[in-house]
Ligand binder design. Structure first.
Ligand code: NDP
Length: 317
């Protein structure tokens, strides 16, 4: 890989983590260049209203919020570019980043990774349609559960996330149906006890989703017991997926330490350092616990501040 351009600070990704890193880096005169990636604006552009990001008393549309963040980063002269990163070489002092299979190669003194994570989906046509039109399919109970208070909802999954989502929703909703595809849960015993101890959570074992009903809004879920073949319709108005996330870190395999699920391993507690000098993490590419816009933005800020101090220590101006 041969660089055609050198920059001081390169940010990969355009969710709340990437743009916040850009705002801080630009104000610190690091002249950041930000590549937006395949999905400019990140996961928030797939949600409808964001009601839990401080500073928006009336809530805000997810896409509109990301446009605000982009404009704020540009106001301080962040060089925001379309294009996605297809490879990196972090072995040398200058970090090499390849854009779109060799269309361009940039070298950077420091790199901030803000590539995020993607929720996994079942892949049903109805799921995609009702997710993209804000019709009641979501992968985040903390973000969207509030809209279904006093209603009946379903949660798919049997891991810790599914249990957490189900117990969160059970406090808001009249009833929560947990759809578990096997006869046991993967979740920790403590989490299983929590959901089993809540009166308004019904666990449907050996149950798979056949279809989500409704043209514009979720009106029900057709499910099948995979032992008996029996099908039934659950009268739900919200449908939540909690079948795992995948961090968008494939391009960093072999370059930065990743855990067995592909999340970046933070090299030092309480900081955004990775195991590679000059490469910093932010957002959901590393954080599998909180996964909120506000926490992603917070770690974006940390990454820019860490990068600024690291550059100063190295005498790079
Ligand atoms: P997991 O990978 O642990 O669980 C995913 C669940 O989704 C599994 O039960 C799996 O079923 C189910 N699933 C996967 N695909 C499908 C499908 N197509 N249809 C139906 N069900 C499906 O993901 P989580 O997000 O729950 O957790 C990720 C990590 O984060 C874990 O390490 C977890 O412990 C951790 N975590 C910890 C929390 C805490 O401690 N408070 C909270 C949240 C997460 P099956 O079991 O049959 O494979």
């Amino acid at each position: 890989m041969e660089a055609k351009e050198h920059v001081k600070c390169l940010i990969i990704g355009s969710g709340p983590a990437g743009y916040t890193a850009a705002i801080y880096a630009a104000r610190a005169d690091m002249k950041p260049v930000l590549y937006q990636g395949m999905q400019p604006g990140g996961q928030l552009t797939e949600t409808t209203d964001v009601d839990n990001f401080p500073g928006y008393p009336e809530g805000i549309n997810g896409t509109a919020m990301m446009v605000d963040l982009e404009n704020q980063a540009k106001r301080f002269d962040t060089d925001v570019r379309t294009g996605w990163v297809t490879g990196v070489d972090f072995s040398g002092e200058k970090k090499l980043v390849e854009i779109e299979e060799g269309k361009h190669v940039v070298s950077a003194d420091c790199v901030i990774i803000s590539t995020g994570a993607s929720a996994k989906w079942l892949g049903l046509e109805s799921e995609t349609r009702l997710r993209l039109n804000g019709g009641g399919v979501s992968a985040c109970a903390v973000c969207d559960g509030f809209f279904y208070r006093g209603q009946e909802v379903a949660v798919v999954g049997a891991g810790d996330s599914a249990c957490e989502e189900a117990s969160y929703l059970a406090k808001l909703c009249t009833k929560v149906h947990m759809l578990v595809r096997r006869s046991e849960m993967r979740a920790s015993k403590a989490m299983q006890h929590r959901v089993m101890g809540m009166d308004n959570i019904e666990i449907h074992w050996n149950t798979e989703t056949v279809d989500i009903l409704g043209a514009e809004q979720v009106e029900g879920a057709k499910v099948r017991n995979n032992q008996t073949g029996e099908e039934s319709v659950l009268p739900v108005t919200g449908f939540f997926l909690a079948i795992g996330h995948k961090p968008n870190t494939d391009i960093f395999a072999g370059q930065v330490d990743l855990d067995e699920e592909g999340y970046i391993i933070a090299a030092r507690p309480g900081s955004s350092y990775t195991n590679v000098e000059g490469v910093f993490w932010s957002g959901d590419a590393c954080d599998k616990t909180y996964r909120q816009a506000i926490t992603a933005a917070g770690t974006g800020c940390m990454a820019a501040l860490d990068a600024e101090r690291w550059l100063a220590q190295k005498g790079i101006h």
